[in-house]
Structures are given as C-alpha cells and as structure tokens.
Design a protein around this ligand. Structure first.
Ligand SMILES: Nc1ncnc2c1ncn2[C@@H]1O[C@H](COP(=O)(O)OP(=O)(O)OP(=O)(O)O)[C@@H](O)[C@H]1O
Length: 242
C-alpha cells in the first residue's frame, strides 16, 4: 500500500523585487501597486511513492528543495501544480515545534499536543514522564517554553512526536540539534520504528544515517529530481555532484 504518492509536484515561490524596510514603504508600495515579483521554481516535476513501513531519505545541497517537499507532504504548503496524496495519521516534525506555545510549560505543551493528536487524558498522562525523560527535560517540566533554548524545544518536539507514535513521521535534521547522548537515543527509536513498520520521510545532510536507516533515497538538485532509488547508489550520485 502506498502511504505517500507524489505526482508531477511543482512549487513556485513569488519573490518580491523591491526590499521594503518600513511599514510606510510596504503600505505605500502596495497602494501604488508597483511591487513586481519574480517567480522562483523550488521544485520541478517531483514523482515518487512511499510504501507502508518504508523509510524514504531526501538528500541534496542547501536550497535544493528538501524542506519545501517535506512541507508539501505535511500539507503546510500546497504545490503550485501536481498532487501529493498521504494516507495515514502524519506527524510533521516541522509543524510540531511550530505548534508549541511559548507561554505554556513543557508539560502543558505535551498535553495540548497529545490532545490534538487524538489521545485521551489517560493516554497522555501515562506518556508525559517518559517524553520528558527522553528529551532530558524532566527538570524543566514546569518551565515555560519561552525560556527554553532552541535545542531544548526541538528535543521536546521530537520526544513528544515519537511517543505519540504517528503512522507517518516526517523528520528534518533532528539529529543536528542534539548532543551524542540524544543522538544515541534517537538511533534506538529509529531502530524500533524500523521494526514496527512505521513510514518515515527523513531529510538529512548526515549521509551516514541516511544510508543506515533509509530503504530508498530521493536526490534533489536545484529543485529537480535527479533520481530515486537504492540509498548507497543515490548517495554516490550526490557525492559526484559536489
Ligand atoms: N517562502 C519562500 N519564499 C521564497 N523562496 C523560498 C521560500 N521558501 C524556500 N524558498 C527557496 O526555495 C529554495 C528551496 O528551499 P528549501 O528550504 O526547500 O531547501 P532545502 O533543500 O531544504 O535547503 P537546506 O538544506 O538549506 O535546508 C531555496 O532557494 C529557498 O530560498
């Protein structure tokens, strides 16, 4: 069964030409209607499928369109052309951090997120301690998120996401924010996910983990799909582009 299906997906962004630095310039420019836009194509004709239980890696240089593609899968942005179909309860790592509220404590954010993901209060309660422990954040359970470092927020986001156990998980550079201890814990979870038939889309510059965990890899270059296939083969193609 295909969990994710991308068909002829294109994404174009509109980039304003003039740089407006003040509110007056922005309003005045808009009134005059003289803002000109340039179209930038971030993704060109992307096609792939991901089956249940498969791990798809997405690799490519900075700006090649990886995060844009992940956002389209997560349905936070829409493709300009084409179609992205997703079957299953999806947790986007990108969205998760964004959904957190800075004025709530770590514990309160977990409760809100769990409720949004459809868990009842008993199910949430039983997971809170483990989530905080996994993220190394037990001491900070009553601290408001606005007092967290960006790394702590990402750790809380990831720990919450994996405990909620989504069917499809989108991961963007999760390991980049953690220390070695956190990375080790992530690998344990990744191993568990692989044995549990979870579907994962993993965007990373860390080619070692991509090769270790992904069944297949999509290589992007300047928004174009260079290829999709065997992880080792695609990593070799990527390295030959450098
Ligand atoms: N909202 C936006 N408006 C205009 N251009 C954008 C927007 N978001 C992304 N882009 C452009 O689209 C291109 C692809 O960006 P994207 O973030 O998807 O790349 P990436 O492969 O994830 O990069 P990185 O490896 O640096 O995270 C970049 O050139 C970026 O500047």
């Amino acid at each position: 069964m295909n969990v994710i299906e991308a068909k002829d997906v294109w994404k174009k962004y509109k980039i304003p030409h003039e740089k407006k630095t003040t509110l007056f310039e922005t309003l005045y420019g808009n009134l005059k209607g003289n803002t000109s836009y340039e179209s930038f194509t971030a993704l060109k004709d992307i096609n792939f499928t991901v089956k249940k239980g498969e791990w798809l890696g997405i690799i490519g240089h900075n700006g090649s369109g990886k995060s844009t593609l992940l956002k389209i899968i997560a349905n936070t942005i829409r493709p300009t052309k084409g179609e992205m179909k997703v079957n299953g309860k999806i947790t986007s790592f990108l969205e998760l951090g964004v959904g957190f509220s800075p004025d709530l404590s770590a514990k309160e954010n977990i409760i809100v997120y769990g409720a949004v993901m459809g868990l009842n209060s008993k199910e949430i309660e039983s997971r809170i301690d483990h989530i905080l422990e996994f993220g190394g954040l037990t001491r900070f359970k009553d601290t408001k998120l606005k007092n967290f470092s960006s790394g702590m927020i990402v750790r809380l986001a990831f720990s919450t996401a994996i405990q909620i156990e989504p069917e499809v998980l989108l991961l963007d550079e999760v390991l980049a924010v953690g220390d070695l201890d956190f990375q080790k814990k992530c690998f344990e979870v990744f191993d568990r996910y692989r044995s549990m038939d979870k579907t994962v889309v993993y965007v990373s510059h860390d080619l070692g983990t991509v090769q270790r965990f992904c069944d297949k890899v999509l290589l992007l270059n300047h928004g174009e799909q260079v290829g999709i296939g065997d992880s080792e083969e695609m990593i070799n193609v990527y390295q030959s582009l450098i």
